[in-house]
Unconditional design. Structure first.
Length: 114
């Protein structure tokens, strides 16, 4: 990375940001329609039980620990991500999470209809 000219570094950063935004936009736009198709085909939607979610979380954390031990590059990236998540918890709880929860509740309960 350091051996690249600044213009190439900037180009790679811009491309990575654009790709990330494009991927998130496609995810956000295509998933609701895909879910409708699944339900129309007979799929029944259920939330996973908390014990399964907790076990999945623990297994994932264990896997990340193994990957961090085996790959210094992964560890460096993951450690930065984890620190960011820890620093952001309070903000997410009072902003994004609270707003998302309220928005879903409003739609489900049809608040706009009175």
């Amino acid at each position: 990375w350091n051996s690249l000219p600044p213009a190439y570094q900037k180009a790679l950063k811009v491309c990575a940001e654009a790709t990330g935004h494009d991927m998130q936009a496609k995810y956000d736009v295509l998933n609701p329609a895909a879910l409708k198709r699944l339900v129309a085909g007979g799929a029944q939607l259920r939330q996973l039980p908390n014990d399964i979610l907790k076990a999945s979380y623990k297994i994932t954390k264990d896997l990340y620990a193994e990957m961090s031990a085996a790959n210094p590059n992964f560890k460096k990236i993951y450690d930065h991500l984890w620190a960011y998540q820890q620093d952001s918890l309070r903000y997410w709880a009072i902003s994004d999470f609270a707003y998302d929860y309220m928005s879903v509740t409003a739609l489900q309960q049809r608040w706009a209809e009175g």
